[in-house]
Structure formats: C-alpha cells, structure tokens
Design a protein around this ligand. Structure first.
Ligand SMILES: *Cc1c(COP(=O)(O)O)cnc(C)c1O
Length: 340
C-alpha cells in the first residue's frame, strides 16, 4: 500500500464502482438501447458520467491534466466526498482553522466525524505551533484550509507548511482563487496528499449551475469517481459550464470590474463613521467591523440591502459581497443613513 492508500477507508478502497451504461460504452455513434432511456426528446439521454469535455476545457485553462480533475455538483459535493472517502464515521477526525467556511462543519457532522477547530491568530493566520500540536492526534485524516478564507478574505500563507508537516490529506479550498494570485493547483505532483477545490460559483458567475472542481493526484481522483453518484452533473449544468469556460473574455472583464469595485468600496467604507475597520481582501467580498453588527444588519434589511452578519464568527463583523457599481453605491448610501 502507498502512503495515501493507508488513509483511505478500507471499504472505499475495496469498493467496486457502479458501472453505468454511458461508462461501459463511450462512443457517440450508434443505436442506443442500453440505458432504458426514452428514445425521444432533447434531454432524454444520460450525460457523460466523467464530464470529459468539461475537464478538457479546465485542463487547458488551468494547465492541469484531465486525470487530475474531478468535477461535481458544487464544491460542496467534493467536500462531502472527502469525508466519505477518508474518515471512518465515529472514529476518524478532521481539522480546520476558524473562523472559516461553515460547510466543513456541517459535512463533518453529516458524516459523524469530529471536526477539530483551531482558531486563527489575530491576523487571521494559522498559528504554526498550535497547528502542529493539534495535528499530533493520529485519528486526524483530513485538514481543511480555506485560502482566500471565507469570511476573513485573506490568504492563509501556511497552507504549504501544513501539507509538508501532515501525513494525512490536506484540502485547500480555493473557491476565491480567481480573485488573488496564489494557487496550489500546479503543486499536485509535488504533494500527493493535496486536494485543491475550486468552483464556477464565484468568479465564473455560475452559482446556479452547481459546478465545483477538485484537483488532486490521479489516485485520489479515481476514488472521487468511484464514490460519486454516476451522473453527478446534469446535462443542463454541464452545457452551461462549458459555455462559460469558453467565454474567458467575459470572465476577465467581470473579474477586473469586481476587483476595481472592491478597491473603491473598501476605500469608501473606511470613511463611514459607524465602520471601525475594513479588512484587506483577496476575494470578492469584504469583512467589515462595525459598531454593532446585529443592528447594522437589521437596519440594512429595512433599507432593502442584504449582507451577511458574521457577528457570531468575528465579533461585530459583517461580510459584504462586491456587487455591481450601482449596488455598491446603494449600499454606501444606506450605510451613511445609519447613525451609531
Ligand atoms: C462559496 C464557497 C464555495 C462554493 O461552493 P459551491 O458548492 O461550489 O457553490 C466553496 N468554498 C467556500 C469557502 C466558499 O465560500
């Protein structure tokens, strides 16, 4: 067994994957009487279970080979698969650094896996000593690092340090990587224990289509493919994803605009009296400390503007997504209307 095989749940390692009709015969010509489909209609055929065309396109854009790519029903599917593949329910553990994305905790609970939460330091960075100490627990199989982190907006510089110092699987969630310049997708060969998650839900503008991506070694990708439901991306979503990925001009334009707006909004917010601090952001949102997050949240709702109240995670902080220039102006006006 190689070192990664030892981390996999034995039942998953032994699992014989379901072989679907569209997997057994992959040609596109012929009379298809193999999948009990209705022969009439537009969406009558099962989609490609391995999403080859989508992976081919991602491969070109990201410079990663198709066999290093898994695509699923949002990154949330990949997060769940990580638990199902590596964590024996009721026995193994996972670890993350908080405050962070709430889905790791929910997915851990669904899979009956304890999630150890190591608090980030005052700069929202990983405290290396605390991390190493916590990772001494040998039942930890999985570490989640979100970078740029949600809701704090900063990149966690220690992702590589954790990968190098932990024998289990390290999942680096790069949902917001499009908005910053650092990524680990080109480090898969160097680190066989690395899984990088990205998504089409943010910069690519396809949250409704539910398409998430995991980049990892071909062995880990083969485990994802074994455990996922056979047709995990619908034809409609598949087509939308390929179309979006073909229009890189649109993606670049929107990203540029959002980054400019992030800068403008950040500066304008700093001038507003009820705002105590605007945290630097490498994502398409800003974490902002106000005098009273609960009341600012309610007040903005009264004015028809919905933001995220993160008071429970980071005291008196709200999280604001970068909108269109008009939406951001409306937000600034609404905040000016609030008196402390
Ligand atoms: C938004 C977000 C995702 C995206 O999830 P999808 O299921 O792909 O829409 C993943 N991780 C983090 C940290 C996020 O904030």
């Amino acid at each position: 067994m190689n070192s990664i095989e030892k981390i996999v749940r034995p039942n998953i390692l032994a699992l014989q994957a379901y072989s679907s009709a569209r997997e057994e015969f992959t040609g596109s010509e012929g009379i298809f009487l193999d999948a009990n489909e209705n022969p009439f209609g537009e969406l009558n055929r099962y989609p490609d279970p391995l999403q080859k065309q989508l992976k081919q396109r991602l491969s070109v854009i990201k410079g990663v080979a198709p066999q290093n790519i898994f695509t699923g029903n949002g990154s949330d599917e990949a997060i769940d698969l990580c638990f199902r593949i590596f964590c024996e329910p009721g026995k193994d553990k996972a670890l993350t650094f908080t405050p962070t994305y709430g889905m790791y905790e929910v997915s851990a609970a669904i899979n009956n896996t304890e999630l150890i939460k190591v608090p980030l330091d005052n700069n929202f960075q990983v405290d290396k000593n605390k991390a190493l100490l916590a990772l001494e627990d040998e039942s930890i199989k999985l570490v989640f690092i979100c970078s740029p982190n949600n809701p704090t907006g900063n990149c966690l510089d220690t992702a590589k340090f954790i990968i190098q110092n932990f024998k289990g699987i390290v999942v680096v969630d790069e949902a917001y990587a499009d908005f910053c310049s650092t990524t680990l997708v080109n480090k898969l060969e160097q680190y066989p224990n690395l899984i990088v998650l990205q998504t089409l839900s943010k910069a690519w503008g396809l949250a409704a289509a539910r398409v998430g991506i995991a980049y990892a070694s071909p062995f880990i990708i083969s485990l994802f493919n074994k455990v996922k439901p056979p047709y995990n991306i619908s034809k409609l979503n598949y087509t939308a994803a390929i179309k979006a990925l073909e229009n890189t001009d649109n993606y670049e334009e929107q990203k540029k605009l959002l980054l400019e707006e992030r800068q403008k909004l950040s500066e304008a917010l700093s001038q507003i009296p009820i705002i105590r601090k605007v945290y630097p952001s490498q994502a398409n949102f800003l974490l902002v400390e106000v005098s009273d997050a609960n009341s600012v949240y309610q007040n903005l709702i009264q004015q028809g503007i919905i933001i995220r109240n993160r008071n429970k995670e980071v005291k008196n902080c709200i999280r604001i997504s970068i909108g269109t220039p008009q939406e951001n102006k409306a937000l600034l006006n609404a905040l000016q209307n609030i008196t402390a």
